[in-house]
Design a protein around this ligand. Structure first.
Ligand code: TYD
Length: 232
């Protein structure tokens, strides 16, 4: 027979286990995700919460190996690239994110599934729905309770990247049109699901952005956003 077996749909997205909170930061390169993740982590720690700060790709030992290959190895075709990010995510969720959430921690990740949908789905043209299905399958349907989009003009992000050591990686050097598509994809996804997303202008001062993030997270955790913590 020539016909392919029917495609199995991924499981419906499931919420994070009770007690923990799963937060992701998304945005273009140079938008300040790691700074904001760190500031949120410091403030939550000052509130007595256990925080796990992590990132994709590369949040685990295996992930480090995958990160090196996918960002600094030789040419990869887009499907291979998408599968490597999905493999990194599957292992990250199974070995680190889910256990931490189950233990009641706040998990803050610098990039998650929405990066694949934007970069591989729209940037590389693989199709947003297909790439999302792949990631939902890889993670057993785990979505963050909150995704903060640090939105920035790609030209401004590139300017910030140039000031950094090490030079651009493979994705960073993918060209202006690619980065315009990924930015539009992030904004479209955010507009379609405002309950999960918080969109912030990443060109604003760091302290102002951090305060807006705190307000939303405090609301989710029943904390006082004005409570003292480490100030940016
Ligand atoms: P990131 O760790 O944010 O880069 P850096 O630490 O250098 O600021 O992300 C690395 C690159 O990987 C970034 O260009 C976006 C890309 N990426 C994808 O294309 N798909 C994905 O699923 C993820 C998680 C990242």
């Amino acid at each position: 027979m020539d016909t392919l077996a029917p495609v199995t749909l991924p499981p419906a997205p499931v919420p994070a286990p009770a007690g923990g909170l799963f937060v992701s930061f998304e945005g273009g390169d140079g938008s300040g995700k790691s700074t904001q993740s760190r500031l949120l982590g410091e403030w939550l720690t000052a509130q007595g919460r256990t925080v796990v700060l992590t990132r994709e790709p590369g949040g685990t030992e295996l992930g480090q190996v995958l990160r090196r290959e996918v960002l600094h190895g030789g040419h990869l075709d887009p499907r291979t690239e998408a599968l490597l990010y999905a493999a990194d995510r599957a292992h990250h969720v199974a070995s680190l994110v889910r256990p931490a959430l189950a233990a009641g921690s706040v998990v803050v990740t610098d990039r998650y599934l929405d990066s694949s949908v934007a970069y591989q789905g729209s940037g590389r043209d693989l199709g947003a729905d297909e790439v999302e299905r792949l990631s939902l399958w890889a993670t057993g349907g785990l979505l963050p309770a909150l995704t903060v989009l640090l939105d920035l003009d790609p030209a401004a992000g590139l300017e910030r990247m140039r000031a950094r050591e090490g030079g651009p990686d493979r994705l960073e050097s993918a060209g202006e049109e690619f980065h315009r598509r990924t930015r539009a994809a992030f904004l479209d996804r955010a507009a379609a699901d405002p309950g999960r997303w918080l969109v912030l202008d990443a060109a604003r001062p760091v302290a102002e952005i951090a305060a807006d993030v705190r307000t939303r997270v405090a609301d989710l955790l029943g904390l006082d956003a004005a409570a003292p913590g480490v100030r940016p």
